[in-house]
Structure formats: C-alpha cells, structure tokens
Design a protein around this ligand. Structure first.
Ligand SMILES: Cc1ncc(COP(=O)(O)O)c(C=O)c1O
Length: 382
C-alpha cells in the first residue's frame, strides 16, 4: 500500500492517460476522469491473476456470492446490511441509473436532479425523453453546498423521480442525516421515488460518515459498486438494492430487457475479492486521499489564493472555483491546455458549473504537486 509510488499508466489503454491527448489536443498531466493512479488491492490483483492463469474464459456463475459479499461489505463499512434477496446485479452504475429512469417514469415525466452534477445524470433524463427538473445546489458564503429546499418543494409535486448523488460529485458533499431525512420525507409525501447513486460512498472521510439512503428510506433504490472504492472502475459491475418486491421485479425486468442484468467474469472475481479482502487497503486509500485533499488546500491557499476551494468530504475530486479570476470557460480551458493540465470543465456538470473546474487528486502526492505547479503556470500563481 505505497500510495506515493508513481506507476506509469501511459500505454495501458487508460482513458485518463492514453485518451487525454485526443481529449485535450496535446499531452497533458491528466487530472480529469474519475479513477485513481494507485495499484488496486493486492487481494484483487491475486484473485484476477489466479483466474487469468486458467486459459478458458467462458460464462461465469456466482452472482449470489457477489451480492452476499456486497451486503456484508456495506454492513462493515456503513453499519447497514441490505438483504441480499433485495439486491440485483447490474452491468454498471450508469446503466442502472438510465434503466431506473426507464423503469419508473414515462416519456414527459419530470425527474429532479441537483446540478452541478456528474454529467450522466443530465443525460439519463434528457436523452430518454423525460422532463429535466433542476434544483441547483446553493453555496453558502463559505462555498459549502446545500440543497435548495424551497425549489425542491416546488418541483416535487411535478416529479415522478429524484436522482440523488450521495455523496455528491462534484460538490464534495457527503449528505448528513438531517439533510437526507428531510429530503426523503419531502419525496415520500409526494410519492416521488428517490434513486441514490452511492458509488463514492466508501470514500467518505472519517469526519463525514456516509449514510446509505435506504437505511432511512427503505422504499428507495440504491446503486453502488466497488469501482471507485477499490480503483477497479474499468472492470465494471454494480449492484442495486430495492426492498419493495413489486418494484424490484419491475426494475429487474427493465434490466433484463436492456440486457444489463449480468456482470462479466472478471467483475465477479474482482468485486468479491475487493469486498471480502480489500478493507485495509480501502481504509489506507481513504486516509491518503484525505491527506491529499488538505495538502492541495494548503498549496492553493499559499500559491493561488484567488481560487475557491473547500476540502471535499470524500474521495478525490476537487471542485475549484475560478470565478474570481474573471475569465470565461474558453479562456480557462485554453490556459490549462497551454500549461499542460487536463481537468474537467465546470460547464459539463450543468448549471452552476461555469467558472469552475474539477481536479482529480487521486494520485501520488508528487503528481498533485506537479498539478499545482501547472495551475500556477496557467494562472500566474506565486
Ligand atoms: C456519481 C457517479 N456515478 C457513476 C459513475 C460511474 O459508474 P459506472 O462506471 O459503474 O457506470 C461515476 C464515475 O465517475 C460517478 O462519479
């Protein structure tokens, strides 16, 4: 578990590294797409290597073991154990999110999201012919994001579903008990189904414990995976939890119709190994990321004080507010490109994203420092 080790990824077919030149128009230090530059847990590597050593890669079985491993993991990590009988396999969290919109709403129905948000949330609603109802998050004077209760109350009577990102990418928030409780009560009062994407949950820092939404509201749909938590996003695979039997059968039928109700051989093996044996690695990576988040904050405060940055409450995504620089998004992108740094542009996260960029610090500290050096080059830091 040497998270300081820089492991070259160029030439491995990694979207983040090998795909960066096509995306940004030149070679950059890639601090964009959400995976980390750390070796996966040794137990995951060993389990995959053992299976790869057997030369026949036919259809797998063993879905039940994956669901049990996932339920046990959630209990150990978050103190809440879903009933494995209430769980379904899905090929990925995003396919599961899209399928939920198809299963539980019809063309023209309203679906609420809270931008700025991970772009597939916007696509899941817009590209499937539903009405996008937006309740943008609000920042308080310290840059801390909050839900807009007034707007949510106004929109809920017009909605069938609400897509919650918990924790929230890119705002950095891990929603607290009172916020989740209030949201769930408002939604329940209007008969609105909450779909909670909790893929980042395991990466919640120690001072911001994550609360699984269905622990408070069992009538919701949870989607999660081991992809972010154990840095195995390219392998795929996810799980859904839905307690209500009728709704679960309805959702399972949609997953089957779309043929996204199974996971591949390697996902099966990696997910079981991660959930059963990856606990210590996961704790280690979380501590390293929290230290990176603070380190980044110190360097930005010292060298780029005009940047708005709040230490996030989970994971490796820094949501940087550059509005004080007075540059438009095209100028920000150009300066980053000239300085050789690949970040996600804020506008891709929907309303509230203009003037922001998202920086992925899930990388050895030496590369975080290199990223800050390039930010200074781009924006004239001290
Ligand atoms: C909130 C959120 N959901 C889902 C995903 C991707 O999920 P999957 O790869 O399982 O489709 C990401 C990846 O960045 C994410 O940030």
């Amino acid at each position: 578990m040497d998270f300081d080790q820089v492991i070259p990824r160029l030439g491995t077919g990694a979207l983040k590294w090998d795909g960066a030149a096509a995306r940004f128009g030149k070679e950059v230090l890639p601090m964009w797409v959400a995976d980390m530059d750390f070796a996966a847990p040794a137990a995951v590597q060993a389990a995959l290597a053992e299976r790869v050593a057997h030369p026949i890669y036919g259809y797998p079985c063993g879905g039940t073991a994956v669901l049990a491993a996932g339920a046990n993991w959630m209990e150990r990590r978050h103190g809440w154990r879903p009933d494995p009988a209430h769980m379904l396999l899905v090929s990925g969290v995003v396919p599961g999110l899209f399928a939920a919109v198809r299963a539980f709403s019809e063309a023209g129905d309203g679906v609420i999201i809270m931008p700025p948000i991970y772009p597939p949330f916007l696509a899941a609603v817009q590209e499937q012919g539903r009405e996008l109802l937006m309740a943008p998050l609000q920042q308080d004077r310290n840059g801390h994001y909050q839900m807009d209760w007034e707007r949510l109350e106004a929109l809920l009577p017009h909605a069938r579903m609400l897509l919650l990102c918990s924790p929230h990418n890119p705002s950095g928030r891990v929603w607290g008990q009172a916020e989740l409780q209030h949201l769930g009560e408002l939604a329940r009062r209007q008969g609105v189904l909450v779909v909670s994407d909790e893929i980042h949950a395991d990466l919640a820092y120690a001072d911001h414990p994550h609360i699984p939404f269905p622990r408070l509201f069992p009538d919701s749909l949870l989607l999660s995976s081991a992809g972010k938590s154990f840095n195995i996003a390219g392998i795929g695979g996810a799980v859904a939890v839905l307690a209500d039997e009728r709704q679960r059968h309805h959702y399972a039928a949609e997953l089957r119709r779309s043929q996204i109700h199974e996971i591949n051989l390697f996902a099966l093996i990696a997910m079981i190994a991660a959930w059963e044996e990856g606990g210590a690695w996961q704790e280690g990576v979380r501590a390293y990321l929290a230290a990176n988040a603070h380190h980044l904050g110190q360097r930005l405060a010292a060298e780029l004080p005009a940047f708005g940055y709040r230490v996030p409450e989970f994971g490796y995504l820094a949501w940087l507010d550059l509005r004080a620089l007075g540059l438009d998004d095209a100028a920000i992108a150009q300066r980053l490109c000239d300085a050789g740094l690949g970040l996600n542009p804020g506008p891709s996260f929907g309303p509230g994203g203009a003037g922001f960029v998202r920086l992925n610090f899930g990388t050895p500290r030496a590369l975080v420092d290199e990223g800050v050096a390039r930010l200074c080059r781009a924006f004239g830091g001290k």
